[in-house]
Design a protein around this ligand. Sequence first.
Ligand SMILES: Nc1ncnc2c1ncn2[C@@H]1O[C@H](COP(=O)(O)OP(=O)(O)OP(=O)(O)O)[C@@H](O)[C@H]1O
Ligand SMILES: [Mg+2]
Length: 454
Amino acid sequence: MSRDNPYIGPRAFRVTEKLPNREREAKELTNLVMAERVVLLHATSGAGKTSLIQTSVTQRLTDEGLKPTRALRVECPRPPGVDFRNRYVYSLTLDLLGSEGLRPEDLAKMRLSEALAKANDMRGYRVLIIDQLEEILTLDPADLDTKTDFFRQLGEAIEACSMWALLAVRDDYLGSLDHYLRLLPGRPRVTYRLDLLGRQEALAAIRNPASERAVEFTDDAANMLVDKLAGGGCVEPVQLQVVCRRVWRDWDHSQPVIGVRSVENVDIDTALGKYYSRSLDDLVEELEVDERVVRDWFEQSLITDTGYRTQTLRGPEVGELEREVLQQLERMYLIRSDLRAGSRWYELAHDRLVGAVLENNRAWQLHHLASWQVAAYEWNRKDRDPSFLLPKNKLAYVPLTSKALLEHELDFLRKSYEDAGEKWRAKFTATAFRVVFPLALVELVVIVVLVVLR
Ligand SMILES: Nc1ncnc2c1ncn2[C@@H]1O[C@H](COP(=O)(O)OP(=O)(O)OP(=O)(O)O)[C@@H](O)[C@H]1O
Ligand SMILES: [Mg+2]
């Protein structure tokens, strides 16, 4: 029996994998699709929409004789130089027919109804699934006519091919999509909301994968872990996956079961902190951005001084890579974005990440920064409180290079020198008054006396 880690971590379940729970939701959603023709599945980011669609819902629809397409996206990458009429239609067409040996120029000319009819002929699809439909709002917010045309074509294609449709979207985009969804056949909005994991679902997500490796995750241990993860409420599936992967890795594989002893010392903040840290490693490797800038952005722009989550309109200062960094961080479930009044706001994906980020940033700083840089950081964060400035004797040890220093560090050094200079001047003046001035006075008196006596 394989002892590979059975917990998949922060990615969606694939078509070939088995969801350890949510049979009820899969059944309800499948029935709703069959009854209503067009259904909108919505949930917060990372709740498990893609996972549910790709596993049990696909399976159930297939069992009902309603073969679904795979989860299509309106943001499918397109070959350069192709002149298409509607990028969203073209994206679905590529997803549906891209591997059928047709020429990109021909695909680009198709209306969605033609593409769907052709795909159905070849594959016998009955249900059209589109995942992450919110991308239609985010890719090019200004192309309103293209969006309207897309939804008209979608409605026409569903009617013409007598299809069912399941559309998945993040909660926060539901309102903005409303206007377009009215262009679809049937009732304008039949929705199904997927919640985060309840206790029983979380327990199954913890125990079942282990048991597939013939390892018992004991009831007590699983309950203890759920208590730690839930903090009184629901469990975020992303966090569950991150923590369980870690528990499996750290578990003494010579033990027959994963018991309370393997779980009691698990610290969720530390596990999430390590996930944060590893994700940043990947980000830095892939996009070659300055890790310190990204870490500082997390702490300064997404967390208040008093340790609460806060929102920001700006990403880390990494120049033209800003958008890409933000997208990656969202994909890693470290941040979440929200479109309000035409602006995109960013925040930590979960309250739980506050402690994880702060703790992990501290550890990283101690490892990677000189002690004066840590002081500079605190100085900057605490409204440039002068009590953090370096005294003169410590300034002597700061290397005289401005290479790779951040702006606040240069400011910090400048201020420290100024402060040290002021203190020195103040000390000098005080000494002058205390010692030099009285001595000079004595000298003056002696001179006057000598002159008078002469
Ligand atoms: N039923 C489940 N039980 C346990 N873990 C799950 C479950 N569903 C999803 N997950 C885990 O939750 C995370 C997010 O899953 P998924 O990508 O399916 O969510 P999503 O709602 O599609 O997110 P997004 O809004 O980013 O598209 C992944 O780490 C996945 O492994
Ligand atoms: Mg998804």
